[in-house]
Design a protein around this ligand. Sequence first.
Ligand SMILES: Cc1ncc(COP(=O)(O)O)c(C=O)c1O
Length: 399
Amino acid sequence: MIDADSTTEIVARNQKYLASTYPRGDMAFVRGLGTELWDARGRRVLDFFSSILCTNLGHCHPAVTEAIREQAGKLVHLSNLHHSDPQSQLAERLVGTSFGERVFLCNSGAEANEAAIKVARRYGHARGGRFEIVTALGSFHGRTMATIAATGQEKVRRGFEPGLPGFRYVEFGDAAAAQAIIGPNTVAILVEPVQGEGGVVPPPPGYLEELRDLCDQRDLLLMFDEIQTGCGRTGTLYAYEQSGCAPDVMTLAKSLGNGMPVGAMVAGPRAADALDLGSHGSTFGGNCVTNAAAVATLDVLNDGETLPRARRAAERLWSGLRDIAAPHADLGEVRGQGLLIGVPTDSPERASTIATRALELGLLINVTGMGVLRIAPPLVVTDGEIDEGLDLLRGALSS
Ligand SMILES: Cc1ncc(COP(=O)(O)O)c(C=O)c1O
């Protein structure tokens, strides 16, 4: 049992012992339920960030918690040299709800993208050794060496050179630029259907379909990083469903286990057999408990009520945010998709002042991109919580 320490003790211990890779602020949270979080001082905060988009069903969703409890009492882990039921159930659901044919299970977003990158390399090896992957400027695909190479932001690679070769970056939303950069070595295009970390940037109409056509014409794999956009975040189970086309490969993580560390690389017909026996692995990939959580999460997302309710919540929140933003000259147009919402401000400093003030008032939001407020409550957020969150944000903007 972990003792219930005070905020001061928790913060001091973290500052002393953890690698200092994150700016963590000075609050320590100890409990969550639905949209609500409580800190070690007993203060309640509305979580409109869903713990960095990992708790789409809200904190401690009863069905997920029950699945974790039940599986933890049965079998926590089994090696991938044997069959276990939770991963078979999860893979079946992922295939059954998507374009996919085969699934590689892992533990994080970066690991899911690593698998996708390896699929692309294998696909290229079978076609004369093509290896280059085109990704978008402003994208974010993870923090491992391959995924920082895939990420179209120089700052994540700085100081870690030499990087993994084989990535080329083009403007997000510009299919003509993607076409122009494709060369004899190109094997795949990897994009987020809505850029998340890059500032909640939705694609221009037709962009993803144009990439699909391009990939079909040039025998390239189209790979969607749905780590942030997946699991109902944009209003459909997967964001690609709203694009008019399906990718060949999709990666998921973040909310797949509603807070449990689980990732997946889903491969469609053209890519399904790229990873063959012995070509890839992950000791904890397909872990019984995390996969049981993911099965429960997908079952709630597919219950026929959660996604329509999330779409209604998104309408209410968008409308409220537009009303709030309109009179503020320093706020730009509300953008995003579903409950993945960005409100641009005129500077990173202004955005972080607003987020800090909001947290003081009891609303947790985040800043991403170049000064964009990222607002992403759980899909189960109630109308009352939306209105409360909007009031708190109004307060943060005017103080
Ligand atoms: C689109 C996208 N891809 C990949 C990742 C990396 O995921 P993880 O931190 O689980 O490795 C993230 C994380 O923010 C993400 O937003």
